[in-house]
Write a new protein. Sequence first.
Length: 259
Amino acid sequence: MICCKELSYLTTATGTSSALMLNADILGVKKSMNESSSRPFIFINAAMSADGKIATIERKQTRISGSLDFDRVDELRATSDAIMVGIGTVLSDNPSLTVKSAARREKRCDQGLDENPVRIVVDSMARTPVDADIFKKGAGMKIIAVSGSAPKEKVKGLSKAAEIIVAGEKTIDLEKLAVELKSRGINRLMVEGGATLNWGLISAGLVDEIYTFIGNIIIGGKTAPTLVDGGGCLGEFCRLELLSCEKMEEGVLIRWKKR
């Protein structure tokens, strides 16, 4: 049985916290395990309130975790090949999805990588604004995944700032997209929401692990998004195995593995 333990985040002699070192080690192992797979190792990272909400009823981003968790997320980004979000997250939060730490960006460059991972938007109808922050902030490749039904003019406009992948006719075929990303050298894929994309990936059996930081706030609202929305399970549930549970600041960090 794995018990929830307090995470002290003591800094090692190298200046890196033991928890962040563990993140990097875990992802390194998963990368090697997935090198022979047809798709990347895919993990979801999210922060949610004590009542399971990831945003308000207005679907506005809410600060749930603190500085230690922000730094943990930055390390996950820096050690991933790509970061993926759904179009709803882009429209509501306008994230840049960049690595914040200058030292981590420099380390990536020293390894021959772009300073930021590839940034991917799952956007079936090409609704991503051409002035979105992912285009304006931070160097690195951007990919917009669209369906065959996306308006041609919108796709053409986005193609000036990002690579376009067509996966699926009316909606995004996430399995096809995952295989295509793997063929482009993406072995570790970090997913940062939203709830609809999370459901799509989980229901398709494409998620390997889930990190959830549970904060000490209640958001409420029956229409406020949860970690996973979508159609929901009617019969067979997605079963998880608890890997770790750690107290961090005023919340709890839980890591799950899909059975």
